[in-house]
Ligand binder design. Structure first.
Ligand code: KG4
Ligand code: ZN
Length: 336
């Protein structure tokens, strides 16, 4: 069964073709970053318009590279939310129209479920159950995953998402949007011993996060320096280290609380090398296994949506032809 996956929730147009037995066949991605960079952040209306321009050519490209035609597709999966409403509707309308014209089903996928299942595309996927840490630009979630479709929210960020905090701290350091990867690069030149940032909300029980205080701490620390390149690198290092250790403390707690010995880390921020190292050191110490998607599937992509949609269609899930999207959609409401 060939499933076409469409991701348009934010600033990346992603398309992929996944086969239920053969695995991932092909994927194509177009990033709008250069366009939004000029404005220092995402402009939602520009994002929607650009998805309209890029989506159909990307679908054609993906099929051509797979040496298949539309008639080979058995189902279409698209990101139904959460995300930017205009951007989501481009994907939803395209997916539903294509499905209707081909007489095949279309299925809406929760964007964070896509991220959560991205490690399933790797050669050695995790087995169920596991704890998932989802760290993206819009969300920071700890989820107990019993099986596909069985998700229990353990904790989440009460303010900024981890990726959002990276992007805002990066902006303070004079870096372009999205600043997460650029801050990580700058931190490579930083000195470990210079600044020690707090590890927010780790001194009290619970699995929720808060990253907005780290942002303020970044600004205050930076303002006490002369803002030389070394000052900025040292601040970047301290910010990244504090984020990595905070995530590790909460993940360790989540493993203990659930009694599970398997951690999956996904979403854009899971591409961060220091965060990967810190979490891997923690799981090694705890005798737990850790799984990440390959770097290109940490950030938004069509492959994770095609995979998730395929599982839902195989489970017999169906939806009507009406076109809708959910800009806000808590993950624990997925199968409530
Ligand atoms: O999952 P994603 O592509 O989009 C959302 O669903 O939000 O995540 C994007 C976020 C951005 O905030 C970006 O700065 C961050 O992931 N990011 C990183 C790295 N690569 C991407 N943050 C820190 N280090 C990185 N290497
Ligand atoms: Zn995402």
């Amino acid at each position: 069964m060939y499933i076409l996956g469409i991701e348009t929730s934010c600033d990346e147009t992603g398309v992929a073709l996944y086969h239920s037995d053969k695995g991932l066949i092909q994927h194509s991605l177009y990033s709008q970053i250069a366009m939004h960079n000029e404005y220092g952040g995402i402009v939602p209306e520009l994002a929607s318009r650009d998805h309209i321009l890029k989506l159909i050519p990307l679908i054609d490209e993906c099929l051509q590279r797979s040496q298949l035609t539309k008639s080979a597709i058995h189902g279409v999966a698209y990101t139904a939310g959460p995300g930017l409403i205009g951007a989501l509707l481009v994907g939803a309308a395209t997916a539903k129209s294509l499905a209707w014209s081909l007489g095949i089903p279309a299925i809406g996928v929760h964007h964070m479920e896509g991220h959560l299942l991205a490690p399933m595309l790797e050669a050695q996927p995790p087995e169920f159950p596991f704890v998932a840490l989802l760290v993206s630009g819009g969300h920071t979630l700890l989820v107990e995953v019993k099986d596909i479709g069985h998700y229990q929210l353990l904790g989440e960020s009460l303010d900024d998402a981890a990726g959002e905090a990276f992007d805002k701290a990066a902006k303070m350091l004079g870096l372009a949007y999205p600043g997460g990867p650029l801050l990580a690069k700058l931190a490579e030149q930083g000195q470990a011993a210079r600044f020690k940032f707090p590890r927010p909300m780790t001194d009290r029980p619970g699995l929720d996060f808060s990253f907005s205080g780290l942002k303020t701490y970044t600004m205050n620390t930076l303002n006490q320096t002369e803002k030389t390149p070394q000052d900025k690198a040292d601040v970047a290092y301290a910010f990244q280290q504090a984020t990595a250790e905070t995530l590790a403390i909460k993940c360790k707690r989540a493993l203990k609380q659930t009694g599970l010995k398997r951690l999956v880390v996904a979403g854009g921020v899971s591409a961060n090398t220091r965060i990967r190292q810190t979490l891997t050191t923690m799981t090694d110490k705890e005798g737990a296994e850790i799984f990440f998607p390959r770097a290109e599937f940490c950030t938004d992509n069509g492959a994770m949506i095609a995979y998730a949609g395929c599982q839902h269609l195989l489970a017999g899930q169906q939806e009507s032809l009406s076109i809708s999207a959910r800009p806000r959609w808590p993950i624990d409401e997925l199968y409530a």
